[in-house]
Design a protein around this ligand. Structure first.
Ligand code: NAP
Length: 371
């Protein structure tokens, strides 16, 4: 085993990415070490590289891995060398995704062979926001998602409207599909028109093109006929965009007393762009003026493991089964090229910065293909 391996790191706000040699960590207890073949660049990588969000550079980027198990710790029970796996791994240096080898507990990985035939690239685009969607809907909205789903399951909130602002985002697409699986029927989304057909197939009752303007008013008009008693018109609102101006402000018009508004953090005050340093907020309550009685919360998927069932099962059991059962289909993806690790990571970040891709994840190779 080599003593060190290459990792992609951000060294400071807006600085070019660098490759650093970092220690290769042998697995202990229930950990495994994997050779990372594919990863994803997500908006969080951009928030961290261009905005320094919650990082202390030099910081290894990335949180989605797919690859092959090379060695296992003494207490592993599920994974063996040679298993192909995928997972959302993010907590410590040795787990972050944009490096050649990752060492992480086997509970944070699903087996590719349990997905019912999905390709490793489809698997790698699933993990991060499948976990985010599950965590948000169960933790922040309190929805009950028993797994496996009992036959005849009917959700408690069957008669409540749910609004997903940004249904075309990666996390929005998984939220919609999970809601459909559990029988929710009153889900509204905002998204560009070119996503509407797909989002209807994922269970959206009505899609609103946010680019047409007046979206908050149009949504209120669509749901107002069903007001009963003092129930807020839309009791559950999920903001998958988190833009102070473009999503929180219109949502603040819609959200009435007792509504829960869950915002995928960070709140974006100024978005990253070429030669623009982004600005973020983490306090959702202060980001806009909410109507009295609205409960606005910031989503932090990084804490999903506080739920012991999810810590043990969400990635290792539920995630591959959700693919195999057809609960979810993976996001579309675009493969980012480049002559080496640094070039591929840099190219992916640049595509995120310039917003040139819509509705698809950006994936790239970490290890060079074996010849
Ligand atoms: N805190 C957490 O736990 C957590 C977890 C996951 C994600 N996040 C955050 O959630 C955000 C979304 O992440 P993601 O990976 O799902 O994003 P993504 O897939 O990269 O989202 C891009 C999509 O956002 C849509 N969009 C942009 N502006 C919009 C607007 N004003 N209204 C509606 N849709 C708009 C665009 O859709 P169109 O093509 O329709 O224009 C675009 O395709 C990021 O900021 C990310 O960091 C936070």
């Amino acid at each position: 085993m080599s003593a060190t391996h290459p990792a992609v790191v951000t060294v400071g706000v807006g600085q070019p990415l660098e490759i650093h040699q970092v220690p290769t960590i042998a697995p202990e207890a229930n950990e495994v070490r994997i050779r990372v073949e594919w990863t994803v660049s997500t908006p969080l990588d951009l928030h961290q590289a261009d905005g320094g969000l919650l990082v202390n550079p030099p910081h290894i980027l990335g949180s989605s891995v797919a690859g092959t198990v090379l060695e296992v710790g003494p207490d592993t029970t599920r994974l063996r060398p040679g298993d192909r796996v995928f997972g959302y791994t993010f907590r410590q240096k040795k787990e972050r995704a944009h490096q050649l080898y990752v060492t992480t507990p086997e509970t944070m990985l699903g087996k590719l062979s349990a997905t019912g035939g999905f390709d490793i690239r489809q698997a790698v685009v699933t993990c991060n926001n499948f976990v985010s969607a599950w965590h948000t809907l169960t933790h922040d909205f309190g929805f009950e998602f028993p797994w496996p789903k009992p036959s005849g399951f009917v959700p408690r909130e069957l008669n409540d409207w749910i609004l997903i602002w940004g249904g075309g985002t990666s996390v929005g697409q998984y939220c919609l599909q999970l809601l459909k699986w559990y029988g929710y029927k009153k889900v509204l989304v905002t998204a560009s028109k070119h996503h509407h057909e797909k989002l209807r197939r994922y269970g959206a009752r009505q899609c609103f093109d946010y680019r047409e303007g007046g979206t908050a008013q149009r949504i209120l008009e669509a749901v107002q006929s069903v007001i009963t008693g003092d129930t807020p018109v839309v009791p559950f609102i999920l903001d998958c965009v988190g833009s102070q101006q473009k999503s929180l402000l219109p949502i603040a018009v819609i959200a009435q007393s007792r509504a829960i508004v869950a915002v995928m953090l960070p709140v974006i005050v100024r978005d990253a762009a070429v030669d623009v340093t982004p600005e973020y907020l983490m306090d959702v309550e202060k980001a806009v003026t909410w109507q009295d009685g609205v409960k606005a919360v910031g989503v932090r998927t990084h804490f999903y493991q506080k739920n012991e069932f999810l810590a043990q099962n969400l990635q290792s059991v539920v995630m591959p089964e959700a693919l195999a059962f057809g609960t979810i289909e993976p996001n579309e993806y675009l493969e980012v090229g480049g002559a080496n690790l640094l070039e591929r990571a840099t190219n992916a970040l640049s595509k995120l910065r310039s917003k040139e891709v819509s509705g698809a994840r950006l994936i790239w190779r970490v290890a060079e293909p074996e010849t």
